[in-house]
Design a protein around this ligand. Structure first.
Ligand SMILES: [Zn+2]
Length: 180
């Protein structure tokens, strides 16, 4: 029974907890101001300092993968600070969590049409879009179709480039999302 539990916690559980911890911190940060350290490696330590009430508030609001049908075409590594989710042209793109649009821009040599969402403590970036439906300052939630998968900017085929940023650092989106 213990073996099973440890296995569960170390695999699926960890991702879920990290996501949860981030969501909790984001919520807490939104209420009490920014946290100095909001890293994906908070693990159990960060969790222990949080009250149960705060956790309950955010369980309904866990982070989601922004596209439904996808295949990872490139992972998070040196010189590639995000994940590439290959998907059909026009596939709807939703935010990983609720937040506010802080940037809508076009960048010919890199991200193409892209959006940055602030989640109160961390940001997410969606690149190479073919279409954008949101404007800066707009509030979005997990149901908002912000745009469509495309191949704008430096891209060789339709895919979503997804980055998760904390301050001036990026983190592996896999540490926050259940990406297969
Ligand atoms: Zn990419």
């Amino acid at each position: 029974m213990w073996k099973k539990l440890i296995k569960l916690v170390s695999r699926k559980g960890l991702k879920r907890w990290v996501g949860l911890v981030m969501a909790v911190l984001a919520t807490v940060a939104a209420v009490w101001g920014p946290f100095p350290t909001l890293a994906a490696d908070t693990g159990g330590a960060g969790l222990a300092t949080l009250s149960e009430g705060a956790i309950e508030v955010v369980t309904k609001e866990t982070a989601q993968v922004p596209v439904e049908n996808y295949k990872i075409s490139q992972g998070y590594r040196f010189f590639h600070p995000g994940v590439d989710l290959a998907a059909k042209l026009g596939e709807p793109v939703k935010p990983v969590a609720k937040g506010k649009v802080i940037l809508v821009a076009y960048d010919k040599w890199n991200y193409g049409n892209h959006i940055i969402i602030d989640h109160g403590g961390y940001q997410s970036l969606y690149g190479h879009l073919s279409r954008i439906n949101v404007v800066e300052g707009q509030e979005v939630d997990t149901e908002t179709i912000m745009g469509e998968v495309g191949s704008s900017g430096r891209s060789t085929g339709p895919h979503l480039h997804l980055e998760i940023r904390e301050g001036d650092k990026t983190v592996n989106p896999k540490s926050v999302l259940d990406i297969k």
